[in-house]
Design a protein around this ligand. Structure first.
Ligand code: BEZ
Ligand code: FE
Length: 642
């Protein structure tokens, strides 16, 4: 259970486009009739518009606000306010103008209406930081909190990009530190995360088009949310460092925030890994501190204290000041740690957060691949390196669990155990996963004028029985008689004699002889040699469709994926002719079942041929009652390479 406290700081917020036109109404709502307008040269046009809108409610103006709210400036403005007998303050501008309005309010208790033109967020906080005699003093009170904030997106459209970036990162800092604040609570958590993703989304869009109104609206809304976090919960190391650097070295406020934030985050990251993970998710990056650094760098924002004009010699004093008084921060402050942090920020180094899982995995993969560096055979090295990279990517992309990998290992073990001299489950696995056909496609499709190849399959047996031309290889098994008459030629159509042709097929029930232990010797497989006409002829039976063996791991895989186990009916051939490349292929029975969904993806259109239906006299005079079939085909072999 989470324990938390929560105090809201209510102010009225008006958000939109053209809302500057509602200032008079808002002033009247607060009961004001004599207003002091605080502005500055950068907002001269808006000030003119406000004069128009406020009309006779406006009784005095002051445009000398300065950074860090010096007390002497406040006193001059207070003089103007008192002499005009103002009963309300309207301020338009950035953090300095808002600071002045607050300084006047705390001294007079007058109501304030603030129109922010940057993303500082201080307009919704009850905090005031003033400088007197070079020292910054911060205080907080209800009188400091502005009563009304009017956000007008139009006022921010012309904010120059560099200022937009640093001011936006300033807002980001409020949100990030709110998440690891000791006072963090569910409300500020949501506000902070929403602000972070809006800032990360809006800034790159504004870098592309600074007048993108929707991006401006996102950023302004984020500024309000971040400012609300700042008002509600205490800040940590980052803000302390920025105050120290701003107060003691005169460094500019928003720029300092921009440079320091990634480094302060990296320092705190080990103490709050979960917060950093949420920040990284909101930013859409793998690592939050380096992600913020990269965002700033990509936007052309400042990344080093050196560039902001801080002398390197000041680092030791800054470290001392930042660690001299204790304050709440998720990670304990050490002189050494803060010294390193500031040195990194001074040099503009990219902070390295704890390595992400992705980074660790990439390192592991590289390490394994590097272990193959001394493999003597370069091809072996290439294949093993590629295999490891793909397997690592596979497990990473699919977030493979221990249990799943264990299952895979067990599956492969069982696949191996299922193999014996007549059963090849690994070949079957390769075939049913389409890998054999993929390899076949890559190795054999490069000779378009030759007969296409097809997978070997697991049922080939070395050294089949020799058969003479015209013999019957069916061993008398039942089936439709098939007369096979094939020619073997080269790519020019020259007939090739003495080619060794191995043939094998299943019986009428779809079984190969090796699957039928009761059979006496090989059947439906033979070796023939082409005669001087490049021809072989033999009798067999018409092959039928059959299921691949389903009693092993492959069968389980087919079941688990809802696939059928059938092969389209076919006859296997392996052809070897002197001076020619071996051809391993199959001829499929045109009109047969499963031609469109062969379970090993082995069917090629060119290999689907007519096994023509005949009756009556046969080519060699064999007597056949009823139907018999005839297969005529010419194989074209490629010449041996090289
Ligand atoms: C075959 O045609 O014999 C076959 C091919 C691949 C897998 C199973 C069987
Ligand atoms: Fe087969």
């Amino acid at each position: 259970m989470r324990t938390f406290g929560y105090t809201s700081h209510p102010s009225r917020v008006v958000f939109g486009s053209g809302t500057v036109g509602r200032i008079r109404e808002e002033a009247e709502r607060l009961g004001c009739s004599r207003l002091l307008l605080l502005s500055g040269p950068a907002v001269a046009r808006t000030a003119a518009r406000l004069r128009e809108v406020l009309g006779d409610l406006l009784v005095a103006e002051f445009d000398g606000a300065a950074m860090h709210t010096p007390v002497e400036v406040t006193e001059r403005a207070l003089d103007v306010l008192t002499r005009a007998r103002a009963d309300g303050i309207v301020a338009v501008g950035g953090g300095s103008t808002t600071g002045l309005a607050k300084a006047l309010a705390v001294r007079t208790d007058l109501p304030q209406i603030i129109l922010p033109t940057t993303y500082a967020g201080s307009e919704v906080t009850p905090v005031l930081g003033e400088t007197q005699d070079g020292r910054k003093v911060t205080r907080s009170s209800q009188a400091i909190l502005p009563e009304t904030v009017v956000y007008d997106v139009d006022l921010t459209l012309g904010l120059p990009l560099p200022l937009t970036v640093t001011s936006g990162i300033n807002a980001l800092a409020h949100a990030v530190e709110a998440l690891y604040s000791a006072e963090a609570n569910p409300v500020t958590d949501r506000q902070a995360l929403d602000a972070i993703s809006r800032i990360a989304g809006a800034l790159p869009r504004l870098a592309a088009d600074p007048a993108d109104r929707e991006a401006r609206a996102d950023l302004l809304q984020a500024a309000w949310l971040s400012g609300t976090c700042l008002a509600t919960v205490g800040m940590g190391l980052h803000h302390k460092l920025c105050h120290t650097l701003g107060g003691s070295f005169g460094l500019p406020h928003a720029e300092t925030h921009t440079v320091v934030l990634p480094h302060a985050m990296a320092y705190n990251a080990p103490a709050v890994p979960e917060v950093m993970r949420r920040v990284a998710d909101a930013l859409g990056v793998p690592d939050a501190p380096s992600g913020v650094h990269d965002l700033i760098a990509s936007l052309g924002g400042p990344t080093s204290l050196r560039d902001l004009g801080m002398p390197e010699s000041g680092l030791a004093r800054a470290t001392e000041l930042a660690t001299s008084t204790p304050y709440p921060n998720p990670r304990a402050l050490t002189g050494e740690g803060i010294g390193e942090l500031l040195a990194g920020a001074w040099h503009g180094h990219r902070p390295e957060g704890p390595p992400s899982t992705e980074a660790k995995l990439a390192r592991l993969t590289d390490e394994v691949v590097a272990s193959f560096a001394r493999t003597p055979d370069p091809r072996v090295r290439t294949l093993l390196s590629g295999l490891v990279r793909h397997l690592h990517t596979f497990v990473a992309e699919n977030d493979v669990t221990d249990a799943e990998w264990q299952y895979a290992v067990d599956f492969l073990t069982r696949t191996g155990q299922k193999c014996d001299p007549t059963r090849q489950e690994f070949v079957l696995l390769s075939d049913t996963l389409g890998i054999s056909s993929a390899v076949d496609l890559l190795t054999n499709s490069r000779t378009p004028d030759t007969t296409p190849s097809a997978v070997l399959g697991p049922f080939y047996v070395e050294g089949p029985p020799e058969a003479v031309h015209g013999s019957d290889i069916s061993g008398g098994l039942h089936g439709t008689p098939l007369w096979v008459d094939v020619l073997v030629t080269d790519t020019d159509g020259e007939l090739l004699k003495d080619a060794v042709v191995d043939v094998w097929q299943s019986n009428e029930d779809g079984f190969y002889d090796v699957q039928l232990p009761d059979l006496d010797g090989p059947v439906l497989r033979a070796r023939l040699r082409t005669d001087s006409d490049g021809r072989i002829t033999f009798w067999s039976i018409l092959p039928s469709e059959y299921p691949v063996p389903g009693d092993g791991p492959v069968g389980q895989m087919l079941d688990a994926t809802g696939r059928h186990p059938y092969r389209a009916p076919h006859l296997h051939f392996m052809l070897d002719a002197p001076g020619h490349r071996r051809l391993v292929t199959q001829l499929f029975v045109s009109g047969g079942a499963y031609l469109d969904s062969d379970t090993v993806f082995g069917v090629k259109n060119e290999l689907v041929v007519d096994f023509t239906s005949r009756s009556g006299p046969t080519p060699d005079g064999r007597k056949v009652d009823g139907e018999w079939r005839r297969l005529d085909y010419t194989f074209r072999l490629a010449p041996q390479a090289g």
